[in-house]
Design a protein around this ligand. Sequence first.
Ligand code: 48H
Length: 262
Amino acid sequence: MNQAVENVISNAIVQSFSKKFSDALTLDAAIVGGGPSAMTAARYLAENGVKVAVFERKLAPGGGTWGGGMLFNEVVVQDSALHILDKFNIIHQPIADAPGYHTLDSVEMASALIYGAVHAGAKIFNCISVEDIVFKAGKVNGLVINWTPVERLGMHVDPLTVIADVVIDGTGHPSEIIRMATDKAMIEIDTPNGKIMGERPMWVDSGENSTVENTKEYFPGLFACGMSANNCSGGYRMGPIFGGMLLSGEKVAKLVLEKLKK
Ligand code: 48H
């Protein structure tokens, strides 16, 4: 008897997803959050032979990229990050009266970053929330994950785990993974007081520079990029300029490659 096409479709999806998911339960690098810094890092890592997956809480990865500035769906990027826009084939226009700065369509940026990461070989798991870390023998060893609807509905369902040599916190403003590490594993991170310093108010150029400077390994096996790094180290916020996020993603990928000796 021929299989009903309804079964063919369902079986194919279940089997294909199960293979992808099961393969991602052991990783070189696990990235939490699918914002611009994370997507940039995912692409660079995948291109350099790192087995990497991104776990994103929302249905659509892209983080704070989509909405541009106050829902005007354009963002600004400065000269120093143009090579990353060009790598992802994202169109940009110079701002006539502000040399060194460029505008671009935020929807194009979000979708190009996602496509670029997946196409390079990174796996993205959307609608999955990271609710805890695996912490063994004084080191961060992976992630504890569950479906976002389970989290949102407060259902009492036990999670699954992902084991990874390196974890990157790309969760944006709240630094959720570093927070779990400081609060639950009670570790001190690489900041002046050993704790999350907290984000400061708007100062664009300072925030852009410090985001990249503060992109680093905060604890053995635990890195932060983007606004998460900024929040950990007490940097200023910068609003809808995204060069720092892209450069931070590029930097964290380089640091992780050095750590993994790839
Ligand atoms: C799974 C999670 C979890 C979790 C959060 O905020 P993002 O866009 O990340 P960045 O740092 O790459 O970019 C920051 C930028 O968008 C921004 O906000 C800027 C420039 N602000 C300046 C200003 O002045 O305000 O994305 C983080 C992603 C989101 O998609 C979250 O859903 C996701 O992480 N996330 N995913 N498990 N526990 N926590």
